[in-house]
Design a protein around this ligand. Structure first.
Ligand SMILES: Cc1cc2nc3c(=O)[nH]c(=O)nc-3n(C[C@H](O)[C@H](O)[C@H](O)COP(=O)(O)OP(=O)(O)OC[C@H]3O[C@@H](n4cnc5c(N)ncnc54)[C@H](O)[C@@H]3O)c2cc1C
Length: 385
């Protein structure tokens, strides 16, 4: 093996891009392979909690994201029909003081662009769709759809819910459709009219079987986003998303509060997405291959922590590789799994149950987590260094 092991990150989503940047900062030799030719501003918002903002601080984009995003003072949960407050969770200054960083909502495309722009062009390989990966024991060979091959000493599978690298580790198995879809729309903030509540900066409207989460995606509060969770029995897994319509939204949220109706009326375009899950994986790595993010633990987005878990994974993986050295990759991977699986599995379970912040509860175990300073636990199985 060369002096500086070559680390390949497959997938430049939020998890892969964060992992690559943090590994570069630790002095590792990194290259990123992404199937897309480029990224576009997908019409979606995202929550970025203090647990993630602490990682973005190290990456160097905390201030820029703080300037872009909306800073809700509270997460509200409201009754679908009456608008009554079911929970009011303090964020804003409270989050900065108690969890160590701010809680933001922001446009997902803006966040992703900011993160990817921290990576030098020299480490990025776009248009590289991994078709097969071979761990030969002393080296990994990656095969791409364009007919090329590349070698690496370690390969990080950050290639999302349909990960090719997960398939190499555990065999071909499609993710499970969770029985829910999510409508997503971003549009200019409408005017508040008589009979409506003013728009909360961050609110989840709940009925017994469905919900709508809405928040601003800019600091100026001029763009709003909603994302729903709606039970639908069947979905063709060949489609990741489909077009939806205002008519479909009206029928799905018939009788809901006037504020929700105003959001539907103001919708410009709306899409609907299948929500996919997997049971916790029996292993996160083997030999020179390791997984992170949705490749490893895809979940329903009902805790708004899926990307957060991917980014935390990337940070913990970089920490463990630094701790024991990339030459000791099997020990580093065991340490990484030992320090991530319990938390990621807990977040997967709560996301599945869709109970998060429905009523007042203390979210400090989630938002207060600091991946760089949490004490490390030893792997259960001893691996020789
Ligand atoms: C409706 C909805 C709302 C959500 N809201 C939130 C939220 O508010 N907060 C939050 O934290 N999370 C949220 N999530 C979850 C979040 O989107 C995912 O958990 C997160 O994107 C996972 O990041 P990742 O980097 O692991 O995977 P991805 O974002 O899927 O990135 C994978 C990357 O790998 C690339 N790739 C795939 N296959 C290959 C290949 N063969 N070769 C090369 N490259 C490849 C892809 O092009 C992509 O760039 C939401 C999800 C959904 C569906």
């Amino acid at each position: 093996m060369s002096q500086s092991p070559r680390i390949a990150v497959v997938g430049a989503g939020l998890g892969g891009a964060a992992a690559a940047k943090l590994l570069l900062q630790e002095g590792f030799n990194v290259r990123v392979y992404e199937q897309s030719p480029s990224f576009s501003r997908l019409g979606a918002g995202i929550h970025v909690g203090p647990n993630v903002m602490k990682i973005l601080r190290r990456i160097g984009i905390e201030d820029a994201l703080n300037a872009q995003g909306s800073h809700p003072d509270y997460w509200y949960s409201r009754h679908w029909q009456t608008g009554d407050v079911m929970a009011q969770i303090p964020l804003g200054d409270y989050a900065v003081k108690n969890y160590g960083a701010s809680y933001l909502t922001v446009h997902r495309g803006d966040f992703h662009a900011l993160l990817v722009d921290t990576l030098p062009d020299s480490v990025m390989a776009y248009n590289k769709s991994l078709t097969r990966v071979e761990d030969r024991g002393d080296v990994v060979v990656m095969h791409f759809a364009d007919g090329t091959t590349e070698e690496a000493d370690i390969v990080i599978g950050a290639d999302g819910v349909n990960s090719r690298i997960r398939e190499e580790l555990l065999g071909v198995e499609p993710p499970k459709y969770a029985g829910y879809l999510a409508h997503r729309a971003v549009f200019p903030t409408p005017a508040v009219k008589a009979g409506m509540l003013p728009f909360d900066a961050c609110v989840k409207w709940w009925s017994e079987d469905r919900h709508m989460m809405t928040y601003f995606v800019t600091g100026k509060a001029d763009e709003l986003y909603y994302v729903t969770g709606v039970p639908v029995e069947k979905w063709d897994l060949n489609d990741r998303w489909l077009e939806s319509s205002k008519e479909e939204m009206r029928a799905t949220f018939d009788g809901w509060h006037p504020t929700v109706q105003a959001l539907i009326d103001a919708t410009v375009e709306v899409t609907k997405w299948s929500l996919l899950e997997r049971d916790p994986l029996p292993l996160w790595s083997r030999g020179r291959l390791v997984l992170l993010g949705d490749a490893c633990h895809p979940m329903k987005p009902h805790m708004a922590q899926g990307a957060a878990m991917a980014i935390e994974d990337g940070a913990m993986l970089a920490r463990c590789l630094k701790e024991v050295g990339a030459h000791n990759h099997e020990l580093a991977f065991a340490l990484y799994e030992a320090n991530r699986s319990e938390r990621a599995t807990k977040v997967q379970r709560i996301s599945h149950d869709n109970t998060w912040l429905r009523t007042n509860e203390d979210p400090s175990w989630c938002f207060g987590y600091d991946v760089f300073n949490t004490p490390l636990v030893e792997p259960k199985v001893k691996i020789a260094a």
